[in-house]
Design a protein around this ligand. Structure first.
Ligand code: COA
Length: 702
């Protein structure tokens, strides 16, 4: 991406307001007024066809009449005039357009939107919007929007697809005391999208954390890549889960994928922290913008009340942060700063008698101790203590502890004095909340961030021993015969070309051939009908297992053909597949979909009821490293079965993760051809014994 071009758009030195107006109540009036009220230090050029002065500024009939250069043009004229204005801006050499006007793709006018972007691009201009509120930046003293005022200053940046929500969040930054440096409305994302803004904000010195409100992404992969490359934390609130594709999905994997699960996994893969709702977006943004990630697992809770300690304990479990007892040396030291009836375990209860000194001593000691990876300091307002004093004691203790790179979150429950103490803490860089569970959730966000970054740091390594050309040849042959799906044998050949262990299978067109192949493979064997017209082989009586000798093979061949003809008289039968009979193992399913937003994605689950009824599956956007794949095996609820539950031997999870990783490479390489595919079942043997793909299916793109 050309960051320079975006500079003109997101940090303009001069702004033209096209559609500026002297009429109060019009957006063209508000934007000029906002620029003046925010003390914008760049040059403002109001553009209006008739008025020569707007809000005391010299106005021009067109951008072409402006004497100086223009970085950004804010466009506030009716949609139908926007192409013409864009053309003029292009001629003028404007760098970027902030198109506030509505009336484009959001009301079905994709054509008008495309026309505008095409004109803009022909002049090398970038387009923000249309259908947006504008941009706001505290560090640039720039409110080029019709939001009422600049947000409470802070270190976060908000990128929002919804303009109304941005305005609402802007105003509530003051009541919630969560500071933002920038707010960017991206509306229809005709050109500048989330990926571009993430990349730009990541290098912006005034931004410490990037918060996103997302309704839908266009190019999911660009988003993941931008998120992965970002060094700053990203937090996303995703509204609405995508059901697209689910209804039309031809396969099981497709219907399981359509429930927004791929969005979940994609965010995780990009190291993006999730927010569950608007409150949570604010709360987590506060923590991520002020505190470092939580690198380990040990959180210590220090409190002056049993009740908030219990609430915090519950929250720790709810948000997946393990709560362990502090080691003996830590407990012994903490005991020195509490009465007899206090508790030094975890939560550490200093009791209601705790004043500034006890908080100071215990926070200072605990924060510096290597066992502690994160600290939650909770306080309940009492008549004997002054909240502000406690807050100051905590801040002093954190400073005096002399450690960096560890997060802390604070909760002060109480009245106005506690509110004032929280405000003071936040202004001093410490996220402070009004409930213990919220403070724990904030630390959970910092832990999720650290963990997903660690996982995202393991890159996918391509397997070199694959034969993509051979796979493509098989697909080309099938297409030449106008087949939209591959047979089991064809599918398996492709799986094998990608280095996956596949149960040997060959096609027999005569009884003699069947015997010949069976003898090569070795008895017992499995025999199956091969016909593009019969997808459910068992229903058609088209499968015979445990065929033990030549006589059995001949008989099975005849029966299968007869059954298939009886099942579907006009079915074109290619022959009978003769297959190695793999020994029993744990059945798992590996599947893929081509997600409209994220592209090829892998699904994994245990076979049988686990997938069919419990829908116990997990997804990853492909490709996935073997290490990531291993995580998938642990993620499903039935993961314990593979780990060796109830006295069973552990299964060969290493071999299975390699298959998942190779499979993910296959669906990525052939993403232009494969619409859906699966390996069902894959049998997983005991550790060291490997896995075997017993059945495979590939459906081609239309
Ligand atoms: N160059 C510069 N100014 C022009 C112009 C041109 N080529 N053509 C017209 N104008 C002027 C008009 O004369 C008018 O100024 P005036 O008040 O002095 O007469 C001004 O631009 C605005 O044009 P107008 O026709 O009065 O439109 P409007 O102000 O009623 O509405 C929009 C314009 C863009 C605000 C409106 O079409 C719109 O899209 N509203 C929704 C915006 C929105 O909500 N966006 C965010 C969604 S989250």
């Amino acid at each position: 991406m050309d960051l320079e071009a975006l500079n003109g758009l997101l940090r303009p030195q001069s702004i033209a307001v096209v559609g500026a107006s002297n009429k109060e109540g019009k957006i063209g009036y508000t934007v000029v007024k906002n620029l003046l009220d925010s003390h914008y230090e760049g040059v403002i050029y109001p553009i209006n066809p008739t008025d020569s002065e707007i809000l005391g500024l010299k106005a021009y009939p067109s951008v072409l009449d402006v004497p100086g250069t223009i970085d950004a043009a804010t466009i506030i004229v009716p949609a139908k005039l926007v192409p013409m204005v864009t053309e003029e801006c292009g001629k003028k050499g404007v760098k970027g357009l902030i198109i506030i006007a509505s009336g484009f793709s959001e009301v079905g006018r994709q054509d008008l939107e495309k026309q505008v972007v095409d004109i803009a691009h022909s002049y090398g201009m970038r387009v923000l919007g249309p259908n947006i509120v504008g941009i706001l930046s505290n560090s640039d003293l720039c409110n080029a929007s019709f939001a009422p005022f600049l947000p409470l200053p802070g270190k976060a940046a908000l990128v929002s697809q919804s303009g109304a929500l941005l305005i609402a969040m802007d105003a509530s930054t003051y009541t919630r005391r969560v500071g933002f440096d920038k707010m960017v409305s991206i509306g229809n994302m005709s050109d500048v999208n989330f990926a571009d803004t993430i990349e730009w904000l990541d290098q912006d010195e005034s931004t410490a954390c990037i918060s996103l409100y997302i309704e839908g992404l266009r190019n999911g992969r660009a988003f993941i890549n931008a998120a992965l490359n970002a060094v700053k934390p990203i937090i996303a609130l995703k509204a609405g889960v995508s059901a697209h594709g689910a209804a039309a999905a031809a396969s099981h994997t497709g219907s399981l994928a359509g429930s927004g699960k791929i969005y979940d996994t994609a965010f995780q893969q990009g190291g993006v922290v999730r927010a569950s709702d608007l409150n949570n977006l604010f709360d987590r943004t506060l923590a991520l913008s002020l505190q470092p990630p939580m690198q380990g697992d040990n959180m210590l809770i220090i409190t002056n009340g049993g009740g908030v300690g219990v609430l915090a304990t519950d929250a720790a479990e709810r948000y997946g942060v393990p709560l362990r007892f502090a080691p003996a040396d830590v407990q012994a030291e903490l005991r020195k700063h509490m009465p007899e009836f206090g508790s030094a375990k975890n939560p550490v209860d200093l009791t209601g008698m705790a004043g500034k000194d006890w908080y100071y001593a215990s926070v200072r000691f605990a924060f510096a101790h290597p066992w502690v990876d994160a600290l939650a300091v909770l306080y309940c307002e009492t008549a004997m203590t002054d909240p502000l004093e406690i807050a100051q004691g905590i801040k002093q203790a954190l400073e005096d502890a002399g450690v960096e790179g560890k997060p802390v979150a604070v909760s002060f429950v109480g009245g106005e004095q506690s509110a004032a103490a929280r405000k003071w803490l936040v202004e001093n860089g410490i996220p402070a909340y009004d409930a213990p569970d919220v403070a724990i959730n904030a630390l959970a966000a910092l832990r999720e961030y650290a963990r997903s970054r660690q996982m995202a740091a393991v890159p996918f390594q391509r397997y070199a021993d694959v034969d993509e050309a051979a796979a493509r040849q098989i697909i080309a042959n099938a297409r030449a015969h106008k087949n939209s799906s591959l047979t089991e044998i064809e599918s398996k050949k492709i799986f094998r070309a990608y280095g996956m262990p596949v149960a040997m299978t060959e096609l027999a067109t005569t009884e003699d051939e069947a015997v010949q192949i069976a003898e090569q493979i070795g008895y017992p064997i499995v025999m199956k009908i091969m016909s593009h017209d019969i997808l459910h082989k068992s229903d058609a009586g088209g499968v015979k297992v445990n065929v033990k000798n030549a006589e059995g093979a001949r008989e099975a061949f005849r029966t299968i053909i007869a059954n298939a003809k009886a099942y579907k008289a006009d079915a074109v039968i290619e022959g009978v597949a003769v297959q190695e009979m793999a020994p029993w193992g744990t059945e798992v399913i590996v599947g893929s979909v081509n997600d409209p937003t994220f592209g090829p994605s892998v699904m994994f689950g245990l076979g049988g009821i686990f997938v069919e009824i419990l829908k116990d599956v997990t997804f990853r956007v492909a490709p996935v490293s073997a290490e990531q794949s291993y995580k998938m095996l642990e993620e499903i609820k039935a993961g314990a079965i593979l780990a060796g539950a109830r006295g069973e031997e552990p299964r060969d999870r290493k071999a299975l993760s390699e298959v998942l990783s190779r499979y993910s490479q296959m669906i990525t390489d052939l993403g232009d051809e494969i619409s859906e595919s699966d390996a069902n079942p894959v049998l997983v043997y005991e550790e060291g014994q490997g896995v075997k793909v017993v059945d495979a299916r590939i459906i081609l793109k239309k």
